[in-house]
Design a protein around this ligand. Structure first.
Ligand code: ADP
Ligand code: MG
Length: 253
């Protein structure tokens, strides 16, 4: 089967700094794959290249066999490759539910402008997508705060809203950059089971950058390790935990 995502020799230079150096790996459909590595290793850069928020210096990223690198990021999101967290756009003057509905429109045919102007097309979409918006809010256990203004939400709920916005765009591949950062153990475990359900119940392919190693080992089918912009290992959690290079570069520290 063709991998849903193929990262092929992707390189990113920022002036003299090589943040990603010819990184290659495949992701199978429905897989949960984590990218780990020390701070500054190039993980966020890699996710930005995959979602086409940054242009590659060389190499390419294929989604369902089609090149997506260096397309406009909104096009890539529309195709179904969606990056969330670290810099997700949340409209603070809107409620939780309004934020989710707006995110739906970003992927839908109706223009966002139509949504704000309240044109009839946008209104029928609002009805159509309203159901899903509420489903997503329920899925994330956010029913009690659906009418809260985003500006009033504590950090934990803001992260859940970031997730809701990502889901509202109906992703095929969801890129989560440090979704458990700042969460306590219970919140992390809740999020871990949520990511699992996304894959199990909705078939979403998930790429994850995360520092919480117990959570990473628990949730991942496979792990890619990068250090100084280079891929140094790839394998199952068990393989990664016993890999000498990885222990030396990262896990042992
Ligand atoms: P990670 O997410 O693994 O912590 P990043 O991908 O954020 O690492 O950063 C990798 C390296 O690239 C770092 O040295 C960082 O300072 C550098 N970097 C990231 N983004 C930029 C940028 N826009 N311009 C210049 N350097 C950058
Ligand atoms: Mg990062």
């Amino acid at each position: 089967m063709t991998p849903i995502l193929q990262v092929k020799g992707v390189t990113k230079r920022f002036g003299g700094l090589t943040a990603n150096n010819s990184i290659s790996f495949d992701v199978a459909e429905g897989e949960i794959l984590s990218v780990i590595g020390p701070n500054g290793a190039g993980k966020s850069t890699l996710f930005k290249l995959i979602a086409s928020f940054l242009r590659t210096s060389s190499g390419e990223v294929l989604f369902k066999g089609q090149r997506i690198s260096n397309l406009a990021p909104h096009k890539v999101a529309r195709m179904g490759v969606v990056r969330t967290f670290q810099e997700t756009t949340i409209f603070r003057s809107m409620t939780v539910r309004e934020n989710v509905v707006v995110a739906h429109h970003l992927r839908s045919k109706a223009s966002l402008l139509g949504f704000f102007l309240g044109t009839s097309q946008a209104r029928s979409d609002e009805a159509e997508f309203g159901v899903s918006a509420d489903e997503i809010i329920g899925f994330l256990g956010m029913d009690a705060i659906r009418d809260e203004l985003a500006s009033n939400l504590p950090q934990g709920h803001l992260r859940a809203l970031g997730m809701a916005i990502g889901l509202a765009t109906n992703p095929t591949v969801l890129l989560l950059d440090e979704p458990f950062a700042g969460m306590n153990h219970d919140e992390t475990m809740r999020m871990v089971s949520l990511v699992r359900r996304l894959r199990d119940e909705r078939g979403v392919t998930v790429l994850l950058v995360e520092h919480d190693m117990p959570a990473v080992m628990k949730i991942s089918d496979r792990i890619v390790v990068i250090n100084f912009g280079e891929k140094i290992a790839e394998g199952t959690p068990a393989e990664i935990q016993s890999n000498e290079k990885v222990i030396e570069a990262y896990l042992g520290s």
